[in-house]
Design a binder for this molecule. Sequence first.
Ligand code: NAD
Length: 447
Amino acid sequence: MRITMIGSGYVGLVSGACFADFGHDVTCVDLNEQTISALKNGQIPIFEPGLEALVSENAKAGRLTFTTDLAPAVANAEVVFIGVGTPSRRGDGHADLSYVYAAAADIARAVTGFTVVVTKSTVPVGTGDEVERIIRETNPAADVVVVSNPEFLREGAAIEDFKKPDRIVIGLEDERARDVMSDVYRPLYLNQAPLMFTGRRTAELIKYAGNAFLAMKITFINEMADLCERTGANFQDVARGIGLDGRIGSKFLNAGPGYGGSCFPTDTLVLVKTGQDYDAPLRLVEATVEVNDRRKRAMGQKVIAAMGGNVRGKTIGILGLTFKPNTDDMRDAPSIAAVQALQDAGAKISAFDPEGIEMAKQVINNVDDADDAYGVADGADGLVLVTEWSAFRGLDLKRLHAAMNGNTFVDLGNVYRQKEAEAAGLSYTSIGRAIGADQTVGTIAAE
Ligand code: NAD
């Protein structure tokens, strides 16, 4: 099939490359000339494991091309996906749909023949109706069906998620479009990925309901971890103890500094706003947003407390800045609020992140970057592990301590155990594990 992807960011590029890998003929379009010229030269503007090879193989095979010229790419396509950004709108937190609507108008002007227009961007319920209205108004002769096909990939595991999804949700009310979408995803459902057809509004809402539920689950275990810390219980055992109940499930029960990234913070806010607009308030999601926001900044206070209550003039080393490992994405990363709180309290910050330091410098000021974890430890009064990259999972704690000026180690990823940290001479703080609490169990299934 001839597929055109509007927007070649995280979702557009990964989806486009994977569709090409299925054998479709894919053109990725982006307004950003730098992005397109980099892609044409085989450079990938984002860090995502496996993506560079996938893009280069499919580009070489002639199935994947890149352009800034939307009109011919749309005119030639049987299916046009909209994968542009939908950030939170300043002020009211609702989704900024201006990129989606601009893409819809551009598509309407360029379209020829029967074309299925698919919204892959995460959009509030009812957006498909507006996309359809814009297309009809801009080009009344257009033979177009608008479909919703939300994307569930996770950064850091995006290709695997796209190629082996738990489900594919397709929202439509048109039989011709159903046949086209079945062809688009045929390579996947031959592999047994459940293809779920729903109404368009239902599909739009499934995406938000899923992300809000996951954000709530994370926030629940974070609050439970705080309670464990104050009561002398070990949250990892609590998480395992509840996660083994099949109705709860063990995934997403790792406590940490709060959720971040491009999706959960935005999607929860948008869902809250949608609930208010439709007079169906979502109080659990409202509480999730509030608790998570407070938590991110509270992590700075946790570090200050671990360092005796005063960090003025102290140097604090940060291990990991991105919102989670295996991405260079800094959007709404918990490290931002934590570093800000430490800087406000007068600390100097040095940091190392395996992939995210350049992105981090765009959102965090006055951070000295080091070459690795030991470089961050060099002369530091305290060390904070924020993002649990694999590179931080087997550190030589004695060597870290020897490089440091002080001995405080705050492990927000719960990667280490108190006993081993103390044996290396470090004063250790983690999340949800009170000092002296039993810390022998810690094997919950990975996300
Ligand atoms: P992104 O910011 O990485 O990429 C968006 C791209 O669209 C940018 O490169 C931008 O230049 C381009 N663009 C904007 N308007 C355009 C237009 N009119 N024509 C051509 N290009 C245009 O965003 P992203 O992270 O890929 O997210 C895209 C959507 O997918 C969002 O709605 C997001 O919520 C959703 N989503 C993201 C993820 C994720 O993990 N990043 C996962 C699932 C869903």
